[in-house]
Design a protein around this ligand. Structure first.
Ligand code: NDP
Length: 481
């Protein structure tokens, strides 16, 4: 067991409160991953002071040189990928192959935004006046607050910090208290790669530290990923103090399966998107909306595949589904399934906690398939964030599309079909920021914009080149010569 610390002004130090919290392995609560500082508003304030002091020199460094730091960090993380992935499985629960995939993604993010240092383009715009030269420059905002959840404990800290840093900002990162170790490893690596002291600060703790960061008047922008309830509070505070805000929140992502789809492939796509990472992805499929004529055949295939999944500790070989993040979350998942059954849904697979033998030391839920779900049921409207797929029936493409859009979220959506016409109509008319055709709703790439519509997201897109828009402001320069 180790005692981890905050990173403020280049120094690893405990919280000024002296308080700590424990992080335990969700697959085995006897396994203590570490203790972390329980930080207060004073710790956040110290981190912001450090960030403000460090930011001008960092911004003055040529951007491609800032990129060199990210490239070096990518190489360091690559050398430690296996160790970090194992730590991720211990702190978050996802299977080791899933954790390795996420670490690989963080490496790609570091390299990609390292390269953006040579591409922070402005534009030259023709003036309507004689001998006036007009151009735009991208400039950093100053200090950025990044508040991250537990479900992608290294990728999300990386995809917020890297575009912020390459743009010349300093960052104060508040990771989730449920999975704080990987963010610590990312920070250690960036420091080792040569990031100057104070440019990245990490303040561990709960919502107390998060809300202090959001409220801090010297923090120019907040990038937040997490629940809709917390995101709304963050947006309210930022709105009042005119800070820039970006929110990535929940989803109720549909996969439409039309009668012309390859049903076996469609069941595999839903299986992957619903149960991968234990369903704890904001892009997870939680609704399969299936054309009525093939609904029974599709459900049968999905149920067979779901029942064959191996649930257990993610460090063991051959495990398909790891634990939920904590006991309260696992209990909530099975309570919501029971409520759906009470409302008339049929539990076709799973629906219970798994507690036999060693599984009893973790927070395991069986992969769950619900049939006979109707669009107005709570299970068809609210995010579960667990290994639960609800199967709904639709008369045809138009009906399926109407059901798919009839939720307040709009993050990711899939259609399984062989019809090019339906695929293109779907891309145009589905209310979602991420549109997949014959691909799982989860499993997005780093070099392209990420984000949703409606209650799923607020503000400019994350990832890809568009991420830079949030972390920079444009100056328009007019020069008479
Ligand atoms: P939260 O929204 O509670 O937490 C997200 C982050 O915000 C954490 O770092 C959290 O700190 C911090 N935080 C909590 N309260 C405040 C506050 N008042 N001001 C500023 N920051 C705050 O989400 P959870 O991680 O607890 O997950 C709850 C639910 O959110 C999930 O069940 C799921 O439905 C959804 N979710 C969605 C995600 C997505 O990718 N869209 C990702 C994760 C969760 P801490 O938790 O450490 O106290």
């Amino acid at each position: 067991m180790s005692a981890y610390q905050n990173l403020i002004a280049g120094q690893w130090a405990p919280s000024a409160t002296g308080r700590t919290f424990e992080n335990r392995n969700p697959a085995d609560v006897d396994d203590l991953v570490g203790t972390f500082p329980e930080s207060s508003a004073d710790d956040v304030a110290a981190a912001v002071v450090a960030a403000r002091a460090a930011q001008p020199a960092w911004a003055a460094m040529p951007a491609p040189k800032r990129g060199d730091v990210l490239y070096r960090a990518a190489n360091l993380l690559e050398a430690r990928a296996d160790a970090v992935a194992r730590e991720m499985t211990r702190e978050e629960g996802k299977t080791l192959p899933e954790a390795k995939g996420e670490v690989g993604r963080a490496i790609n993010i570091l390299r990609y935004y390292g390269g953006e240092g040579a591409r922070l383009y402005g534009r030259v715009i023709p003036s309507e006046r004689d001998r006036v030269f007009m151009h735009t420059l991208r400039t950093p905002l100053g200090v950025i607050g990044a508040i991250t959840p537990w479900n992608f404990p290294i990728a999300i800290p990386a995809w917020k910090s890297c575009p912020a840093l390459i743009s010349g900002n300093a960052v104060v990162l508040k990771p989730s208290e449920l999975a704080p170790l990987c963010a610590t490893r990312l920070a250690e690596i960036l420091v080792e790669a040569g990031l100057p002291a104070g440019v990245l600060n990490v303040v561990h703790g709960s919502g107390e530290a998060g809300s202090a960061l959001v409220a801090h008047e010297q923090v120019r922008a907040i990038s937040f990923t997490g629940s809709e309830a917390t995101g709304s509070k963050v947006a309210d505070v930022c709105g009042k103090r005119r800070a820039r805000v970006q929110l990535e929140m929940g989803g109720k992502n549909p996969t439409i399966v039309l009668a012309d789809a390859d049903l076996d492939e469609a069941a595999g796509i839903v299986l992957n998107a619903a149960f991968g990472s234990t369903g704890q992805r904001c892009t997870a499929t939680s609704r399969a909306i299936v054309e009525r004529s093939v609904a029974d055949a599709f459900s049968e295939k999905l149920v067979t595949k779901a029942k064959a999944m191996k649930v257990g500790p993610g460090l063991e070989a051959g495990i398909d589904v790891g634990p939920s993040i904590n006991a309260a979350h696992a209990d909530r998942v099975v309570t919501e399934v029971a409520a759906a059954a009470g409302a008339g849904a049929q539990v076709l697979a799973g629906g219970t906690r798994l507690t036999d033998g060693a599984l009893g030391r973790g927070h395991f839920v069986a992969p769950t398939v619900l049939g006979g779900v109707t669009p107005t049921m709570t299970i068809a409207q609210e995010e579960v964030f667990g290994p639960v797929a609800a199967v709904l029936s639709a008369d045809d493409f138009e009906h399926a599309l109407a059901i798919a859009n009839d939720v307040r979220f709009g993050l990711s959506a899939t259609i399984c079909t062989r019809s090019l016409s339906h695929a293109l109509q779907f891309a145009q008319r589905i209310e979602a920021g991420l549109v997949m055709v014959n691909l799982p709703s989860a499993g997005v790439e780093y070099q392209v914009a990420f984000g949703g519509s409606k209650a799923s997201s607020l503000g400019p897109r994350e990832q890809g080149p568009e991420a830079i828009d949030f972390y920079t402001t444009l100056k328009t320069v007019y020069m008479k010569y």
